[in-house]
Design a binder for this molecule. Structure first.
Ligand code: PRP
Length: 213
């Protein structure tokens, strides 16, 4: 566990980082170091005894699971795909999007016979979705721009993140079915939750209060 006195929180680099820094600012924290970070990856919030670590989504979970960070802000998409042992204590409400099954416009994904092929960056989420339907599919793991797979005819459909729907639309694809809604979640290391309970709960309460919900 992170045994220094500070509460160390890992933020998912990019949009969730920006939204969380905006939230910290709303809470009255001095976020100057977070805004003017250069290439630094561990930052301080002066006067708060909070250390901020910037990492890729899956690594946020790894650092929290291992106890290198007490808390983390990460998307439900990564939580669903990664799994693991930690507490998910709050839905922060930002970073809203959804997982959806999509395919080429006008094609009947569920029609016909034979096992369908589905391309995705999220094989665990995809497997779980089709298992819940008791439908056998072949899953192809793609690293990015999954929308290419049906266009290049290597898949009948994709399971991917849809936010505005623009990427699907501009590539002649459409949503066939929503899979699950996604938003940013606050996660906590299981040991930190015991040893730093008061500070973690205070920070989480303060964050939720600043979200105006
Ligand atoms: C995500 C997702 C879609 C797109 C959806 O990709 O995989 O491609 O955003 O957003 P939209 O519905 O607003 O168009 P990302 O930009 O993360 O890049 P990637 O495909 O390389 O992962």
């Amino acid at each position: 566990m992170n045994d220094n006195n500070a509460v160390r929180i890992a933020l998912t680099k990019g949009r969730l980082e920006k939204d969380t820094v905006g939230l910290f600012e709303k809470m009255g924290y001095d976020v100057s170091e977070l805004r003017d970070k250069g290439r630094r990856l561990i930052l301080n919030i002066p006067g708060q005894n909070i250390e901020v670590v910037l990492a890729k989504a899956a690594d946020v979970i790894t650092y929290v699971e291992l106890g290198a960070c007490d808390m983390g802000v990460v998307g439900k998409d990564t939580i669903l795909e990664h799994g693991g042992q930690y507490y998910e204590i709050a839905d922060l409400g930002f970073g809203r999007c959804r997982f959806a099954l999509a395919g080429k416009k006008g094609t009947d994904f569920y029609g016909g016979v034979g096992v369908k092929t589905v391309a995705t960056k999220y094989p665990a989420v995809t497997r779980h979705f089709f298992e819940s339907k008791r439908m056998d599919v072949d899953i192809v793991k793609i690293e990015g721009s999954v929308e290419l797979a049906p266009l290049l005819k290597i898949a009948d459909g994709i399971v991917d993140i849809v936010e505005t729907g623009t990427t699907l639309k501009e590539n002649g694809l459409e949503v066939i079915e929503d899979v699950v809604p996604i938003s940013a979640r606050l996660i906590v290391n299981t040991v930190s939750m015991k040893l730093k309970k008061d500070r973690i709960e205070a920070l989480s309460d303060e964050m939720l209060k600043a979200l105006d919900r």
